[in-house]
Every structure is written in structure tokens, then in C-alpha cells.
Design a protein around this ligand. Structure first.
Ligand code: PLP
Length: 473
């Protein structure tokens, strides 16, 4: 399997190459050269298999020669054998039509563990084979940082530098990062906002004085391997609900458009996905883009669902690439023009052809604070389920979107992206119950924290990383 850039001019890479790379050198994102297909018989064959075996089967075509069948099977078994639930991503029925797909049974209680636990093992395997060191630099508004740190803590050839905005992540989120005691983990609290931290990381990816000395890798969802790992649970869930003989719809709490793009990939592979509902909070650029063709970024308004407080959704470019068709399919040069326009003005209109094509599969929904609270109460009062604010936005969208009479028998699965105990204040405000941290979260509030504070100044961050990271070889 070869991977090409959405902007058409970076060199193609194999799976190992895209896993270790960040952004493509032309500023685009890597995608498979063609979507692999899975036949109905192969989808049926998924039934009854344990999660790790489904993962091996679904991910196999994306990996090509980068891992042997034995290596892939062993990695899947080890990664998904260590989750807090035997089913890894269990389905929970809410009523005759609605289901939750619980994605929060990993070590840091959000769905990001499902992909990042795998990514850590891939880094380890590929670096042991080719030698050298990898320097991970990332910015986090909460969940990515802890999941990435837990995935790479203690790895021999990886150093991780995680920037978070000082004072702007929750206590649970900060402690999940700063109480991990490993020599290769470096937590940095930056004075400023998440966007400031993110801008410094982007600058470092483009800073030759750094990239010449260090192999700088990415753990956010621009990394293809993360999206690939998320395709698995769409298959796993849909087959339990009757696929390939029955269609299934999914409602996905969305920020950077990574999780829902994995659902799109599953559909391209042949899974009968009836609809993908893109659920946003009041930071609704994707809802405006999908419903009215208006992709324009405003300023971020903080909400109870901080992991969705995003204005620019990186992975949307991967969808636009597939939908940019000037007679013959994916047109990287045309998309590069369109994206450059967006980068200059922070606004663009989707082409009519892009909007029409997107509406074939995607619906969208925007939930405000009241609707989010109502969904938490509905789940608690009608089903006894305590759900977190991100999941509540997904459920609000699932309950509030009319899929039409042709799809009225289709089951609707809401992706439950975080454990409610990650956001105890918001949950307690909505339903009057304060969720407890599960035992696997450990004694977060008793362990010592370790992190450094730096000013919101690029040179200070660059020097900090340069003094501590190990050169590429
Ligand atoms: C990251 C995150 C999201 C958004 O996922 P994307 O892939 O960025 O769209 C939603 N909910 C939670 C809890 C998250 O951590």
C-alpha cells in the first residue's frame, strides 16, 4: 500500500514511512493511494471474532509489507488485550433504536487510547528495525496529550514533549500527563492558549535547525495510523448490529474530523454505513460547512466539551481531497489551491460538487449547552447511563437528526468518546451525580506531578526541546 499527499506533490511513502512522518512535505496529509475493499463474505467473517482479530483483519490491507502477518497479529493482541473491558469497545443499548459504542476503556479514559496505544507499538517496532530516535512534539487541549504520553512512556528510542496551555486543562487531564514518571516524557505548561501552543508545534515542524538534527514525529490525528486504527470499531460495531445485511448509522462527536473520517473510510471499504452524523458543539465550522458550504473559522468559544473546541478541522482536508473531482477523481493540485486560499483568509466556500457529494453520506448537527445538558439528562433518566459532555453532543445529534423514512429502521450508534469521570463537574451540573474515576485511572490525586513552565515564546520551547531530545541517529 502506497500513501499519497492530499496536495499532490510530496513523495509517496509506504505505511512505515507515513507512521513516522508528520505532515507531508507539501503541507498536505497522507492518504492511501486507493481505498481497499472488503467483501461481504469477509465482513461476515468478522462476526464473533475478538476485537484484536477484527483489528488485524481490517487494518491488514493498509499495512502492506511494513509488518508481517505474525508481527501485526502479535501487536494487536498485546495492545487490545490490555484494555479495561474484555470487548474493548462494548455496545450498550439505549432504546429500540439507539446504541452507545463505548470507546473509553483504555488507560486514559478517552477514545484516543484505541489508536495511540497501537501507534506507540508501531513506533517501537519500526524504530527497533531501522535504528535512530524519534522526537514527538505535540500540543494538547487535554485528551491527546495523556493518551500519547501513556502510549510512549518508557520507549527506548522515543522522546515526547507535550505542550499544554497553563491552567487551561482540567485537573484530571493535567494529572494524567504530569504524573507519568518516565525519563523520556517532558511536560511543558505554556503561558497562552491551546492555539499558541499548537502554533509553536507547527513552527517546529518547519524549523530546519530542528528537523536537520531531530526526527520530529506527530501523534495528533494528522498521523494516518491513528485514523486507520479507528476504522476497526465501525466494523466491529456494525457487524454486531447485522452488517453486512443491515445498514447502520453513526453519530460522532467531532472536533478535528479524525474519528468521523475513520467512519468514512469504513464506508469506502464496503461497510454498509447508512449515515455519518457529524455532531459539533457551538464551535460549529463543520456543521456550517456540511449544511451550507461555509467553511470559515471564527474564534474558539470554550465549552464543557473542550476536546471539540476547535475551529479548523485538519482532517476535513482528507475528505475534500476525495470530493475534489475535476474529471477523473482526487485532484491534489486543485485542492492545494483551495487550501492555500483558506490558509490566507481562514474562510472558503465548498464547491457545489463537494457539498453534493458530502451530503450523500454525511449529515450534521450543532448542539448548544442546553441541548448537551438535556442529552445527559435523557440518558440518565431513560436509560440509567451516565455520559460525558462530548458523548452527549453525539447523542443529542443522534436523537435530533431526521434520517428520513427510508432509514427509519436503521440502528443509530453514538460514539461515546470519553468516560464521564473525566468531566465530573459538567456531569454533576447536568444530572446531580458525580461520576467516580474507575480504578484503572490509578491514584491520580496522590501521585507527584512533574512539569516545567515556559513562557509563550517559540525560542524558549525550541531550546528546551533541543537540550533534551536525542538526535535522529
Ligand atoms: C478528540 C476528542 C473528540 C474529537 O475527535 P476528532 O477525531 O478530533 O474529531 C471528541 N471527544 C473526545 C472526548 C475527544 O477526546
Amino acid at each position: 500500500m502506497r500513501y499519497i499527499s492530499t496536495r499532490g506533490s510530496a513523495p509517496a511513502l509506504d505505511f512505515e514511512g507515513v507512521t513516522l512522518a508528520g505532515l507531508a512535505s507539501d503541507g498536505g496529509l497522507y492518504v492511501p493511494e486507493a481505498w481497499p475493499r472488503i467483501s461481504e463474505a469477509e465482513i461476515r467473517d468478522v462476526r464473533g471474532k475478538p476485537y484484536w482479530a477484527v483489528a488485524q483483519q481490517v487494518m491488514r490491507p493498509f499495512i502492506g509489507d511494513s509488518l508481517s502477518e505474525d508481527e501485526l497479529g502479535r501487536i494487536c493482541e498485546e495492545v487490545y488485550g490490555s484494555f479495561g473491558h474484555a470487548a474493548v469497545t462494548p455496545l450498550v443499548q439505549l432504546d429500540h433504536r439507539h446504541w452507545l459504542l463505548e470507546l473509553f476503556h483504555g488507560p486514559t479514559l478517552a477514545f484516543k487510547d484505541i489508536a495511540l496505544q497501537l501507534l506507540g507499538r508501531l513506533f517501537e517496532t519500526f524504530l527497533a528495525r531501522r535504528g535512530g530516535n524519534l522526537t514527538i512534539v505535540g500540543a494538547t487541549s487535554g485528551d491527546t496529550g495523556s493518551a500519547a504520553i501513556r502510549a510512549v512512556a518508557g520507549l527506548e528510542r522515543v522522546d515526547v514533549f507535550m505542550l499544554h496551555p497553563d491552567g487551561k486543562v482540567s485537573d484530571v487531564q493535567r494529572r494524567q500527563m504530569t504524573t507519568v514518571d518516565a525519563p523520556n516524557v517532558h511536560n511543558i505548561a505554556i503561558s497562552g492558549s491551546f492555539d499558541d501552543a499548537q502554533a509553536m508545534v507547527k513552527r517546529m515542524f518547519a524549523d530546519r535547525s530542528m528537523t536537520d538534527r531531530f526526527a520530529i514525529g506527530a501523534v495528533n490525528s494528522i498521523n494516518w495510523a491513528r485514523l486507520m486504527a479507528q476504522v476497526v470499531y465501525y466494523f466491529y460495531a456494525a457487524v454486531q448490529l447485522g452488517a453486512p445485511d443491515r445498514k447502520v448509522a453513526f453519530s460522532v462527536p467531532t472536533g478535528n474530523f479524525g474519528d468521523v473520517f475513520a467512519g468514512y473510510v469504513a464506508a469506502q471499504m464496503g461497510l454498509p454505513v447508512a449515515r455519518l452524523i457529524v455532531a459539533t458543539n457551538i464551535n460549529d465550522i463543520l456543521h456550517r460547512a456540511l449544511s451550507a458550504g461555509d467553511y470559515s473559522a471564527g474564534t474558539v468559544t470554550p465549552t464543557d466539551a473542550p476536546s471539540m473546541d476547535i475551529q479548523v478541522s485538519s482532517n476535513f482536508e482528507r475528505l475534500l481531497f476525495d470530493l475534489t473531482d475535476s474529471g477523473g477523481g482526487r485532484d491534489g493540485a486543485a485542492l492545494a489551491d483551495q487550501m492555500r486560499g483558506f490558509e490566507a483568509t481562514r474562510a472558503m466556500r465548498l464547491l457545489e460538487s463537494q457539498s453534493l457529494a458530502a451530503r450523500g453520506l454525511f449529515a450534521s448537527f450543532r448542539a448548544d449547552a442546553d441541548q448537551t445538558g438535556n442529552a445527559m439528562r435523557w440518558a440518565w433518566e431513560h436509560t440509567g447511563q451516565v455520559i460525558d459532555p462530548h458523548t452527549a453532543i453525539g447523542l443529542s445529534a443522534a436523537l435530533g437528526t431526521d434520517l428520513g423514512s427510508a432509514l427509519e429502521d436503521v440502528p443509530v450508534v453514538t460514539l461515546a468518546t470519553a468516560h464521564p469521570a473525566k468531566f465530573p463537574e459538567a456531569v454533576e451540573r447536568a444530572i446531580g451525580v458525580r461520576p467516580d474515576l474507575p480504578a484503572r485511572a490509578g491514584n491520580l490525586f496522590e501521585r507527584a506531578e512533574s512539569y516545567d513552565r515556559l513562557p509563550g515564546n517559540y525560542d524558549a520551547v525550541r531550546d528546551y526541546v533541543a537540550q533534551r531530545a536525542r538526535p535522529r541517529s
